[in-house]
Write a new protein. Structure first.
Length: 138
């Protein structure tokens, strides 16, 4: 939530749907720091919180997504203590982006860059191609 808050003034960041409880988490304007146009680079190992941030920024029109479909780890885990030295971790809810798409299906990029899965982090061609998406981002 804190990362999404930096770039979103308001609106839904993520919705969770569980057996017993549904929740909606919204961005807070008091944490907002930047309106700079964004492109978020993702690939097949982008998971969990990073997927939630990518989906929130895209669904609210703050960023475009470039790369390959993300891992699809849209599960909320809850830890339950079992005595002093043990915990039980259970999947208790599923996460959904602001427009209702399940994070568990992975976040599909606006611009598919297959090389995002294999290119070294220092490969500027992926970044240059992704930067072309900045037109039209508010």
């Amino acid at each position: 939530m804190l990362v999404a808050d930096r770039f979103l003034r308001s609106g839904v960041v993520v919705r969770t749907v569980g057996r017993r409880q549904n929740q909606t988490f919204n961005a807070r304007d008091d944490r907002h720091v930047s309106d700079v146009p964004l492109v978020v680079l993702v690939n097949r190992v982008t998971a969990s919180g990073a997927e939630i941030v990518a989906a929130a920024l895209r669904d609210q029109g703050r960023a475009r997504i470039a790369g390959t479909r993300t891992a699809g780890r849209g599960i909320v885990n809850t830890m339950f203590p079992l005595g002093v030295e043990a915990m039980l971790r259970l999947a208790t809810a599923r996460a959904f982006g602001p427009l209702g798409a399940p994070i568990g299906d992975g976040v599909q990029p606006d611009l598919v860059l297959p090389e995002a899965d294999t290119a070294p982090r220092t490969d500027v061609t992926v970044v240059e191609r992704a930067a072309a998406l900045l037109d039209g981002v508010r």
